[in-house]
Design a protein around this ligand. Structure first.
Ligand code: ATP
Ligand code: MG
Length: 338
């Protein structure tokens, strides 16, 4: 039986990198059936809304979406589509692998880690933000629940277990923010006991940032609350050479959405300069999630091989002389040869 997935091509360079990605998925015979849905600017033009109900229904029915970058028009009262999707489907886990690839400008080689960020509570509550004292005092609530902490920490351990990873590091500030961060750490310690085969480490966030910069190879899976996770996942992307190769997943109980971390890059739209790798790596994460780890690995290995050997085929952002299409050609050839 084939697996149906919802596909949002997205805005700007979205359609170009999605076409390249789907060509590689097809070459791998993943048995996926694509149901194309509208969202973003294209949806706004066609349906008068950034996310039509029909699109939400399709994601709800299929449970899996691969999403190109979406533009939220600025200053017209629209709230971010990505945030809307996250809220609608309660996508509590933001999962961002940071893996070194050849040919990237970065400080370290051989980094291979994943940050798992809690995505629904912490310091990022839509209510819980208040200006008082005639606008002279800003108040932001930090809310951490046992349930929210349990599910994110459990997700991190399951991810480690299912992917042969050895260690989970819980990052916190429990020494100062004793209530919320303290609760998160307590829960992490409890859940860790259920996974004796996986090493558990706890680290205070300021030290974790220093350690990341000085000795990033000690990290494997990092799990943390919303604000720390937001900052640390971009720090990790920077460690491996920036957002060009950074995929991400937003995962809930009933739905999961896989995407590139970068935006719609309207400055290079239609020029065939867009690097499809971040979206392809998101597709690889999706294949892992669907239990097709070998196919996911084939994509990652293919990207590595092409970056190493076919500089003429890769896009200029990676120092190559090729285009989105030649990059896809090379990857298709590479994954078929294996
Ligand atoms: P948005 O408003 O959707 O965030 P953006 O232009 O800010 O769009 P970013 O991803 O933030 O998009 O892009 C920042 C810069 O990185 C741009 O100059 C863009 O051309 C470049 N860039 C982003 N993604 C890619 C890619 N996949 N390939 C090549 N260059 C990219
Ligand atoms: Mg941007």
């Amino acid at each position: 039986m084939s697996q149906s997935i919802a596909v949002i091509k997205g805005d700007g360079i979205g359609p170009e990198i999605m076409d390249a990605t789907l060509r590689v998925l097809d070459a791998l015979d993943c048995g996926l059936d694509y149901q194309f849905i509208d969202a973003g600017l294209t949806a706004l033009e066609k349906h008068g809304t950034l996310i039509p109900q029909e699109s939400l229904d399709t994601i709800e029915k299929l449970g899996i979406a691969l999403k190109g970058p979406l533009t939220t028009p600025i200053g017209k009262g629209f709230s971010s589509i990505n945030v809307q999707l996250r809220r609608h489907f309660d996508l509590y886990a933001n999962v961002r692998p940071a893996v070194s690839f050849p040919g990237t400008r970065s400080r370290y080689d051989d980094i291979d880690m994943i940050t798992v960020r809690e995505n629904t509570e912490g310091a990022y509550l839509s209510d819980g933000q208040e200006l008082i004292d005639d606008g002279n005092t800003g108040l932001s609530v930090i809310k951490v629940t046992r349930e929210g902490s349990e599910r994110i920490v459990r997700y991190a351990f399951e991810l480690a277990k299912n992917n042969g990873r050895k260690k989970v590091t819980a990052v916190h500030k429990a020494n100062i923010i004793k209530t919320s961060s303290g609760l998160f750490l307590d829960v992490a310690r409890e859940i860790a006991k259920e996974y004796p085969e996986i090493e558990f480490q706890e680290m205070i966030v300021d030290n974790a940032c220093m350690q990341l910069v000085m000795n990033p190879h000690q990290f494997d899976v990092v799990v943390t609350t919303n604000l720390f996770g937001d900052i640390m996942s971009d720090l990790c992307a920077g460690l491996v050479g920036g957002l060009g190769l950074a995929p991400g997943a937003n995962i809930g109980e009933d739905a999961a959405i896989f995407e590139a971390v970068h935006g719609s890059a309207p400055d290079i739209e239609g020029k065939k300069l867009a690097n499809p790798c971040a979206l392809l790596l998101a597709a690889a994460q999706m294949l892992d999630h669907l239990g097709m780890n070998e196919k996911g690995t084939a994509i990652r290995r293919g990207i590595r091989d092409v970056l190493e050997r076919r500089r003429d085929m890769v896009t200029p952002d990676m120092g190559g002389t090729g285009s989105t299409d030649t990059f896809a050609d090379a990857l298709v050839e590479q994954v078929k040869a294996k």
